[in-house]
Design a protein. Structure first.
Length: 76
């Protein structure tokens, strides 16, 4: 692993696979949301993309279609 950045609080390494590893001051691995926040703050990863909200189905207030037998009886 190649060391990318070192601060008092943590060290950031880049693996050969291209992924990042973060260790704290005690050389313990940092994972999860804390790791993501550190990498995001250092500008090494982009912010996760938000899913677009699904469109809400609009309710129609139209009258139900009339049957053809009713319209022929009314016109006669």
């Amino acid at each position: 692993m190649k060391e990318i950045k070192r601060t008092k609080e943590h060290r950031i390494y880049q693996k050969r696979s291209g992924r990042y590893a973060v260790t704290n001051a005690r050389k313990r691995p940092v994972n999860g949301e804390e790791k993501a926040a550190i990498l995001l703050a250092e500008g090494l990863v982009a912010a996760p993309k938000q899913k677009a909200p699904e469109p809400v189905a609009e309710e129609t207030t139209e009258a139900p279609p009339e049957s053809s037998s009713e319209t022929s009886a009314e016109s006669a």
